[in-house]
Design a protein around this ligand. Structure first.
Ligand code: 8OZ
Length: 364
């Protein structure tokens, strides 16, 4: 008889074994120190969530210009590595597994963000119709300048160096952020990439930089410690795409060839109405990938269990439920009530809404 796989069935995912399929999604929390080292309290925050099958960290910039919001952490200086070590040690001591998400915001940046006065860099000198979080609150993003080919080549090396730095910092692997309208997504999508060199135009050309970055990371740390995040619906940060089906069938297919640890796709956002067109797109681009698949976006226990049981997903990443329920897998396994997350403490602030959410009291 075929064994029924549930949210709580262990799995092999690339180089690591995960004890369950309830993963913690990457969550920007804007509490890092101004030098890009993670906040000291983040060790407790992540360790509290060590029951996740896998923790994926908040997006972490690989380069000073990769920073687009205040108080996000980096992985491009020795002090960043030292800072992250306290976090990976705390998570591992608590029995968890943790991947670092590698991030470059590209044009989703305001020039008042450190390093101050510098224009954002992007595939093309084309401003995003989007906002970013600065010292003053939300502000429109600044006019970007186009990256030169030499700068792209340098960034490919920086992605590899950041992956190495992550392993040095004790992470179990890295997730390459190619979603949500940030730099790699800006290269992928036709609406943000007007280049006429080998990095723009055809789908093959638009995939070139993301895949070069990925290949450099794979050469550095091995395919079995690398995952990639995609957002085929392109709903965040102004990245229109003329043919998402063709693009993501091709991109997911390229990821598949590389036998990386996982593909992590954002299939929708909480509150999105599930139009058939979107569901069809997700279904069709999902088929181009045959490896370990992490689904994300508005799932609850029932829909996540169904996705796993039906073989759509191998794991489901939960965002806001993991903010307010540090022991989310244990709660889901026991059908315990979930605490609702307070949106006001998502971005910025202190321990409130960060390390003070309660654990469930079971067995009463
Ligand atoms: C929310 C606020 C700032 C950044 C993403 C890294 O959407 C983010 C992000 C989310 O991937």
């Amino acid at each position: 008889m075929k064994q029924q796989i549930s949210l709580f069935t262990p799995a092999q995912m690339g180089a690591i074994t995960v004890p369950n399929r309830v993963f913690m999604a990457p969550l920007t929390r804007n509490r890092a120190n101004s030098d890009g080292t993670p906040w000291e309290k983040s060790a407790l925050y992540y360790a509290q969530r060590a029951s996740a099958g896998l923790i994926i960290t908040e997006a972490t910039q690989i380069d000073p210009l990769g920073k687009g919001y205040i108080k996000t952490p980096g992985i491009h200086e020795p002090e960043h590595i030292e800072g992250w070590k306290t976090i990976t040690r705390a998570v591992h001591a608590a029995g968890g597994r943790i991947f670092l998400q590698l991030w470059h915001v590209g044009r989703i940046r305001h020039s008042s963000i450190e390093p101050k006065g510098e224009a954002p860099v992007a595939p093309s000198a084309k401003k995003a119709d989007a906002q970013t979080f600065t010292e003053k609150g939300f502000e429109p993003t600044s006019e970007p300048r186009a990256l030169s080919k030499d700068e792209i080549a340098a960034l490919v090396k920086e992605y590899a160096a950041s992956a190495r730095a992550a392993i040095d910092a004790g992470f179990d692997g890295v997730e390459l952020h190619s979603a949500n309208g940030y730099l790699l997504n800006q290269f992928l999508h036709s609406g943000s990439n007007d280049r006429d060199d080998e990095f723009g135009g055809s789908i093959e050309n638009r995939m070139r930089f993301p895949l070069q970055a990925l290949d450099a990371i794979i050469a550095e740390i091995g395919a079995d410690r690398v995952g990639v995040r995609t957002s085929p619906l392109g709903e965040a940060n102004d990245v229109p795409e003329e043919n998402p089906k063709a693009l993501y069938e091709a991109y997911h297919g390229e990821l598949d060839k590389r036998k990386i640890a996982y593909l992590h796709s954002i299939e929708g956002f909480p509150g999105n109405d599930e139009s058939n067109e979107k569901a069809e797109l997700i279904k069709s681009v999902r088929k181009a990938w045959t490896g370990f698949y992490i689904a994300n976006g508005g799932y609850d226990k029932a829909t996540a269990s169904k996705a796993i049981e039906e073989g759509h997903a191998d794991a489901v990443a939960f965002g806001r439920d993991f903010i307010s329920n540090p022991d989310l897998p244990i709660r889901l396994a026991n059908d315990a009530e979930l605490t609702k997350a307070n949106q006001e403490t998502f971005y910025g602030g202190d321990e409130k809404g960060y390390t003070d959410y309660p654990f469930a009291t079971l067995g009463r």
